[in-house]
Design a protein around this ligand. Structure first.
Ligand SMILES: NC(=O)c1ccc[n+]([C@@H]2O[C@H](COP(=O)([O-])OP(=O)(O)OC[C@H]3O[C@@H](n4cnc5c(N)ncnc54)[C@H](O)[C@@H]3O)[C@@H](O)[C@H]2O)c1
Length: 234
């Protein structure tokens, strides 16, 4: 993803340099765009920079983003902001405290199709919103192995739905099981977000963590059942 950032930045600004400990990966990008190359990001941060994009694997977002914030430079961190909520909060708190601009690469917000749907929803062209659903059909990117498919790819759909509906998530549920073709043994999850305003009057609000725990239990149960079926038929 980093090379896409360099490609676009090089069309609109002067790119000072890139950093990547992997010389092969970094060398290709630095040669292609003719920019300085560093194996250590902290060395790049000593340059005079107006902004930095953090496009490292998600498990390293917190460390690298906090280094950029400490260096006093505005930062765009690729999605998801961090691998855990605690790390994401640390990044947000550090940026607020230092008065540094922090952005997250939720690129779908800038997709012209999403912008058109948002406009139609706001203008009431679809009538009263009853339900909104998203389905991702794509191959399985290798990098997903560090944080899982819900965090890596599902954040796009969750963010887009929240943006379009314009309301916070009220509850979460998930249905899961081993894929029929057992692709990488990955769990296939479907999740639904229900906006607060759409809640039925008088409906008991359950603690969100209780709901998530139940969802996880349901996923594991479904996975166990499927495993048993697969073993029986093997
Ligand atoms: N917004 C989007 O649609 C979108 C699309 C793809 C990826 N991403 C995000 O971009 C990030 C990177 O994904 P990717 O597919 O490019 O991964 P990748 O593994 O292909 O590339 C990551 C690069 O970061 C380098 N790296 C590791 N640690 C580093 C460090 N401390 N300093 C500098 N470089 C370091 C690695 O050597 C590697 O070359 C992920 O967080 C991913 O979720 C976002």
């Amino acid at each position: 993803m980093g090379q896409n950032h360099v490609r676009v930045y090089s069309e609109i600004a002067d790119v000072v340099g890139i950093a990547d400990p992997d010389v092969k990966a970094g060398g290709v990008v630095s040669n292609r765009f003719n920019v300085s190359y560093y194996t250590d990001a902290t060395h790049l941060l000593k340059e005079e920079l107006d902004a930095v994009s953090v496009c490292v694997p998600t498990e390293h977002h917190a460390k690298v983003a906090l280094d950029v914030i400490r260096a006093g430079i505005p930062v765009l961190v690729e999605k998801p902001l961090a691998a855990t909520v605690e790390e994401a909060k640390r990044i947000v708190d550090a940026a607020k405290k230092a008065g540094i601009t922090l952005a997250v690469g939720h690129i779908e917000r800038h997709n012209p199709a999403i912008a058109a749907v948002k406009r139609h929803v706001q203008e009431g062209q679809y009538g009263d919103l009853v339900t909104a659903a998203a389905r991702r059909v794509s191959s399985f990117p290798g990098r997903v192995r560090d944080i899982g498919v819900v965090m890596d790819l599902g954040v796009h759909e969750i963010d887009v739905l929240r943006y379009l509906v314009g309301a916070p998530v009220e509850s979460v549920f998930a249905l899961g099981g081993l894929s029929g073709v057992a692709l990488d043994g990955a769990y296939r999850l479907r999740a639904a977000a229900i906006p607060r305003e759409a809640g039925r009057p008088g409906r008991e609000k359950k603690d969100i963590f209780e709901r998530i725990e139940q969802a996880i239990d349901a996923c594991e149960t479904a996975a166990n059942i499927l495993e048993t079926i697969l073993v029986k038929h093997a």
